[in-house]
Design a binder for this molecule. Structure first.
Ligand SMILES: *[C@@H]1O[C@H](CO)[C@@H](O)[C@H](O)[C@H]1NC(C)=O
Length: 374
């Protein structure tokens, strides 16, 4: 998870949440004009629909309300930009109908790269992509994030997945949420067509052998009122980096508010240590549609011990997820990759990442993206 948050931005935020009334304010920005420079990323190949794809998608103006679309939501920020671009590339490369995939990008209001610049970048990298960029107003969550969670202020964009029901058009009734540190190596339409049975709101791979107790504090488990939330369920851990979400049920059940209620409790008394994950567990664990584990081969970032590499879980692979501390682009650039990091590389569109290019630039250029974008 991202934890860096610029101090200057924090001052801005404080100013905002003191002067602006609470709301999930969203403005949208169109696709850009495609005339911008490369921004350090190569243009992706043009992935086109096969003959078997639904044809009702209007080539001129693709509205996010088109019923044949597969909706994917991701965050887009300068820190994880390279990962997000690779993730989009991977989805398109393996989709049976890539032109029918619509991306909803959530950008932070105070990102060093403005949403307008991010929009131009996406357009220049994927000229025919259907997408929309939404601006996530951090003040919607900043006062809900418990300061006790971490020393460094957590990136509010980690909480954007909780607001998809409010952010996306009402006509979008289902969405696949994807983290930025993953690649999809199978047809996204298969994940999209997962049935959410018994009125379930979200679907995700479940891990029932994980020790669920450790995600919450002793104070939580010893409080009979709080821990009663799990009495009628058999909760299992799931990772919120890959979720199929029924937005109609989400909005009807006011799940955004249910998650916020737990965040309010966390702010008053510490009931968990992690950031955006535990409130999802509190609301959904035991009630998620168990999707095949191949759709989230997680943990490839390694554990927080330096230099540790993870291997794949047994079974087939449709999605590789570098959750955990290490990121494949960082390790590849440092020429110290884990074996599985080489599976991420074919999706990387960052121009500076090849040895050839790197030798001709000072290394400082590759430390951050903001210098390209500002
Ligand atoms: C699960 O974790 C809790 C808290 O860390 C620990 O007390 C308990 O023994 C663990 N249970 C198992 C079965 O490992």
């Amino acid at each position: 998870m991202r934890s860096i948050f610029h101090a200057a931005a924090a001052v801005f935020l404080l100013h905002f949440f003191l002067t602006v009334t609470f709301s999930v304010g969203i403005r949208t920005i169109g696709g850009g004009d495609g005339s911008g420079p490369g921004f350090g990323f190569s243009e992706a190949p043009d992935y086109r629909n096969g003959v078997e794809c639904p044809v009702s998608v209007n080539k001129e103006v693709v509205s996010s309300c088109d019923p044949d679309l597969v909706h994917v939501a991701m965050t887009l920020d300068s820190e994880y930009l390279r990962g997000s671009i690779a993730a989009v590339h991977s989805v398109l490369r393996h989709a049976s109908c890539p032109e029918n995939v619509f991306f909803h990008f959530i950008a932070a209001e105070f990102d060093p790269a403005s949403p307008r610049v991010l929009s131009k970048l996406v357009r220049s990298t994927f000229p025919s992509l259907n997408f929309k960029i939404y601006i996530f107003r951090e003040d919607a969550v900043i006062n809900l994030i418990s300061s006790s969670i971490r020393q460094a202020l957590e990136n509010p964009l980690n909480y954007a997945r909780n607001y998809l029901g409010d952010i996306l058009d009402l006509c979008v009734d289902r969405v696949i949420y994807l983290d930025s540190d993953l690649v999809v190596v199978d047809d996204i339409h298969k994940l999209w067509n997962t049935a959410l049975t018994n009125s379930r709101v979200i679907g995700a791979p479940e891990y029932c052998h994980a020790n669920f107790t450790k995600y919450f504090t002793d104070g939580f488990w010893s409080d009979p009122v709080l821990s009663r939330v799990f009495h009628s369920r058999r909760p299992c851990y799931f990772n919120t980096g890959v979720m199929v979400m029924d937005l109609v049920r989400w909005r009807e059940g006011n799940y955004r508010k249910r998650i916020e209620n737990w965040m309010e409790i966390q702010r008053k008394r510490r009931i968990y240590e992690l950031g955006s994950l535990p409130p999802f567990l509190l609301v959904f664990a035991g009630n998620v549609e168990a999707i095949d584990h191949k759709w989230n081969q997680h943990g490839l970032g390694g554990d927080n011990v330096r230099g540790s590499c993870r291997s794949l879980h047994t079974g087939p692979v449709s999605l590789l997820h570098w959750s955990g501390k290490g990121k494949p682009w960082v390790r590849l650039d440092a020429r110290n990759p884990c074996p599985l990091d080489h599976l991420w590389k074919p999706y990387d569109l960052y121009k500076g990442s090849s040895i050839k290019d790197r030798s001709s630039f000072p290394s400082s250029i590759f430390l951050g993206f903001s210098s390209f974008l500002s």
